[in-house]
Ligand binder design. Structure first.
Ligand code: NAD
Ligand code: DAU
Length: 363
């Protein structure tokens, strides 16, 4: 079996669903169920003996050690993290606790478990750490895309905490010989994406008749990857990646934020038109920029293609249509995640009107 951490979050739950659709190898899913963890994502696995869910913290060493001893996984895939940049700007404590200290504790628990494995099991064991392109910092418009050799220049509390975790993972390989793999991926989108992030927020706000808050001029560039493609990349790296190596994962798909928002509005105009016949684009509201906002990310995913034969299968056009269609078909899921805690976050970040807050973020 494999141990997946953070498997009730956006990418983790997609990964668990995909894994069990593709294989009968069981998954032990360890998730703290923070605001971002949602067992409704895994409802399709109810009663499926191949999925064992445990609510807990990756930093809880006695718990993790017990789970490793009982279940004896052949691999660990570490998704568990605090993942939202804006939340890290409001308060970085949880990011340091989970992304840095939690990863350290998980590595230490894994090191102890690994030391007790027989030689053949050690040879097969892998610890795959799921990370982000944000560790590389921001690119100018004409700069070459990030390769695995790009210097680390994290700019937000979130990306700094992920960069720290990447360094810990690297060191546990170099010093202790733990067979680690690291993936650094660009922006994901798709089903089960929590509506605090750009794409799902724009879809749910548009349908609710709320403003679509675009930070600054909306000309920031991200490289977008459909989440199912990210999951297949992780499976491929787990299967064939070289211990100690890092692999960049991306969609070869750079777009400005404004282009993304326009595309979503146009799809909604087609699939679920406004009652008044106007375009959803009318709801776009430019608001004060994110502090320290990285201008451009771009991933060179050449290494994973050359060495492991992986390339994304979705184009942005096919992936975003699937995504918008999924949100239209799952209003109950959306309602469920828009709990009291979600409303508190929206009020903190965007203000009561959805476009302004006390710190001056204004339309
Ligand atoms: P998410 O916020 O949707 O989910 C994170 C999950 O981790 C949640 O289920 C949460 O309950 C769980 N969790 C948080 N702290 C925990 C802890 N201490 N112990 C156990 N579980 C804990 O995040 P996501 O978007 O699915 O991202 C997953 C991973 O992929 C993260 O490591 C993130 O840095 C990385 N990543 C995300 C993207 C993206 O675009 N979303 C891109 C590249 C890399
Ligand atoms: O690049 C990978 C990273 O992508 C992951 O490591 C992070 O976990 C993930 O959250 C994501 O980070 P971003 O900050 O790029 O994603 P987010 O969806 O928050 O924002 C995408 C862009 O849209 C960014 O330039 C900020 C902008 N934005 C975001 C929100 C929430 C807006 O203009 N308005 C908004 O309301």
């Amino acid at each position: 079996m494999i141990l997946v951490t953070g498997g009730a979050g956006f990418i983790g739950s997609n990964f668990v669903l995909d894994w069990l659709a593709d294989s009968d190898e069981p998954v032990l899913n360890l998730d703290k169920l923070t605001y971002a963890g949602n067992l409704a994502n895994l409802a399709a696995l109810q009663g499926d003996a191949r999925h064992v869910f445990v609510q807990g913290d990756i930093g809880d060493a006695p718990l993790v050690q017990r789970l490793l001893a009982e279940h004896r996984p052949r691999a660990i895939v570490n998704f568990a993290a605090e993942s939202h940049v804006d939340r890290s700007i409001h308060g970085a404590g949880e990011f340091i606790a989970t992304n840095v200290v939690g990863t350290f504790n998980l590595l230490e628990s894994t090191r102890g478990y690994f030391a007790g494995l027989a030689q053949a099991q050690q040879a097969a064991f892998r610890f795959l750490h799921v990370s982000t392109d944000e560790v590389y910092g921001s690119l100018t418009p004409d700069a070459a895309a990030f390769t695995e050799n790009h210097v680390f220049e994290p700019n937000s509390p979130y990306s700094a905490s992920k960069a720290a975790s990447d360094h810990l993972v690297r060191a546990w390989h170099h010093t202790y010989g733990l067979p680690v793999l690291t993936t650094n991926c660009s922006n994901n989108y798709g089903p089960y994406h929590f509506p605090e992030k750009l794409i799902p927020l724009m879809i749910v706000n548009a349908l609710a008749g709320k403003p679509l808050p675009v930070y600054g001029d909306g000309q920031q560039v991200r490289d977008w990857l459909y989440v199912v493609d990210h999951c297949s990349a992780i499976r491929r790296v787990l299967q064939a990646g070289q211990p100690g190596q890092t692999y960049n994962v991306g969609g070869w798909n750079e777009k400005t934020n404004l282009t993304i928002v326009h595309t979503i509005c146009d799809l909604l105009d087609e699939l679920s038109p406004r009652a008044d016949g106007q375009s959803y684009r009318q709801q776009i509201a430019h608001v004060t920029d994110r502090p320290g906002h990285d201008r451009r990310y771009a991933i060179d995913a050449g290494k994973i293609e050359r060495e492991l034969g992986w390339r994304p299968t979705e184009t942005f056009e096919t992936g975003i249509r699937k995504t918008v269609t999924w949100y239209l078909a799952h209003p109950d899921w959306v309602r469920h995640v828009q709990s009291g805690a979600y409303r508190d976050w929206v009020a903190t970040q965007y203000g009561a009107a959805g476009v302004a807050d006390d710190s001056g973020r204004a339309a």
